[in-house]
Design a protein around this ligand. Structure first.
Ligand code: DLL
Length: 433
């Protein structure tokens, strides 16, 4: 099933023409309505007449999270607040949050793109969607909510947390689709197992998981434990929230709703555009948004693009599953390391659980990397004598891939805190000083 065949199955030529028209309209709007953009364009020697098609996109300057923060809270809005009918904000770990505003039309666009996301995941009007993303300033809960209503499914707005109640609701209401972060899905699966809840009393068929990076290993774990298809959905508040891109049933990359958000991939260091299939930083230009349109917004997420049409019939460009962010990269003793690399190594070793914590510290002016990893409960009970050899095995796998020494600590089941929303898997004590 495809939600909007006209937009999702266009020829490349038609898409480029549509993007070009929308882009030049956008540039005209922001030039006259947002002093920040006007100044930046003037500095680059550009006027609205300079941008006529998508080849001109690369002439425009980038926008970053810092630009949004510097103009906190409403400085980049392109319309007066009398036209804005909803605000959301992204929490952010440092400094001020980023505030995003939606007009009535923006909310309609948001419902449309989330309806596409859900249809991509095989969700239909007969489904019962349990939304366990947080409701509030975070875009996850309300974003999925209105998309679910748009397709006519039965929306169950539980919000995050209270795991026992989540499961009770799944059983009583016959929930068929679960929407939450992958880390919470994993926690729910674990809870069902531990409480010895009969898996058949839960009728889940599909999960729409996103808001944080997750690997193929985690996907396999969730799919087998919950006996569902786990679909990756991507988005960010600044661009709209969930609904930016989603996997279809083929799970071969995430279709980007590029009639609304033009993606580009750039080298995060030189800022030069990269070609198809090259991995780099994802950049978006929102060509239909009214409240807070963004030009060449640097997401910091790392991925690549594939323009080949998909087996599902959609021609929308696909982005590879995002495994990390350029600002997630840890530099430990000069070596660039991504948390996702550590996660893959840990999960390839059978006896460990997908729960780990990476701790970086500086001792005597030297960076030290410690990895805490949970081990199967059975292992602690039956094979305690083999713990040391398991620890050595993990250490040598990590060290040979990362090229630096790693202190590995095996911990018992449930030692590492579970998360109901986005998980936090890295503690960098060097930054806390
Ligand atoms: O997380 C929006 C969202 C809600 C997406 C629910 C999907 C489902 P923010 O809180 O602004 O918005 O965080 C955006 O989260 O730049 C990525 O780094 C990360 N992210 C979101 N989805 C994925 C994903 C929402 N599927 C930031 N895979 C983004 C990897 C993701 N990272």
């Amino acid at each position: 099933m495809i939600w909007n065949r006209t937009s999702e199955c266009m020829t490349r030529r038609d898409m480029i023409a549509l993007q070009g028209t929308r882009l030049s309209e956008l540039v005209e709007r922001v030039y006259f309505n947002v002093p920040y953009y006007r100044e930046k364009m003037q500095q680059a020697g550009l006027g609205p007449e300079s941008i006529n098609n998508i080849d001109d996109l690369q002439k425009l300057p980038f926008t970053t999270k810092d630009d949004l923060r510097d103009n906190y809270p409403f400085g980049l809005f392109a319309l007066p607040t009398s036209e804005i009918i909803r605000l959301h904000a992204s929490s952010g770990t440092t400094g001020k949050p980023t505030v995003v505003g939606y007009t009535r039309k923006d909310l309609a666009t948001w419902s449309e793109v989330v309806a596409r996301t859900l249809t991509c995941a095989g969700v239909e009007r007969n489904d019962f969607i349990q939304i366990a993303y947080g409701y509030g300033l975070f875009t996850g809960g309300l974003g999925l909510h209105y998309g679910g209503e748009k397709i006519g499914a039965v929306v169950i707005p539980v919000s995050g947390g209270n795991t026992g109640r989540q499961i009770q609701i799944m059983q009583d209401f016959n929930t068929s689709v679960l929407a939450c972060t992958p880390s919470y899905a994993l926690y729910l699966a674990e809870y069902i197992e531990e409480m010895k809840i009969d898996r058949r009393s839960v009728k889940l068929r599909t999960g729409v998981f996103g808001a944080e990076p997750w690997t193929e290993n985690i996907r396999r774990e969730i799919e087998s434990k919950l006996d569902i298809k786990a679909i990756d959905i991507y988005g960010l508040s600044e661009i709209i929230g969930p609904g930016v891109a989603s996997e279809c049933m083929f799970q071969k990359g995430l279709h980007v709703n590029e009639d609304h958000f033009i993606p580009e991939i750039i080298d995060p260091v030189t800022l030069e555009p990269l070609s198809e299939a090259e991995e780099g930083e994802l950049v978006f230009t929102t060509i239909t948004k009214e409240g807070l349109p963004l030009i060449r917004y640097r997401t910091r997420d790392l991925t690549s693009l594939d323009y080949q049409p998909c087996e599902c019939g959609r021609t929308l460009v696909r982005m590879k599953k995002c495994t990390g962010r350029s600002d997630d990269m840890m530099i430990i003793r000069g070596v660039n390391i991504f948390p996702s690399t550590i996660e893959s190594i840990l999960l390839d070793i059978g006896e460990t659980r997908p729960h780990y914590l990476i701790i970086i510290d500086r001792v005597n002016n030297m960076d030290v990397l410690q990895v805490l990893v949970e081990v199967d409960q059975q292992f602690f009970l039956d094979r305690i004598g083999q713990l040391e050899s398991l620890r050595q095995k993990i250490r040598s796998s990590l060290e040979s891939t990362l090229g630096i020494s790693v202190d590995v600590k095996l911990v018992e089941h449930k030692t590492i805190e579970r998360s109901e929303g986005k998980s936090k898997r890295v503690i960098d004590k060097r930054r806390l000083d």
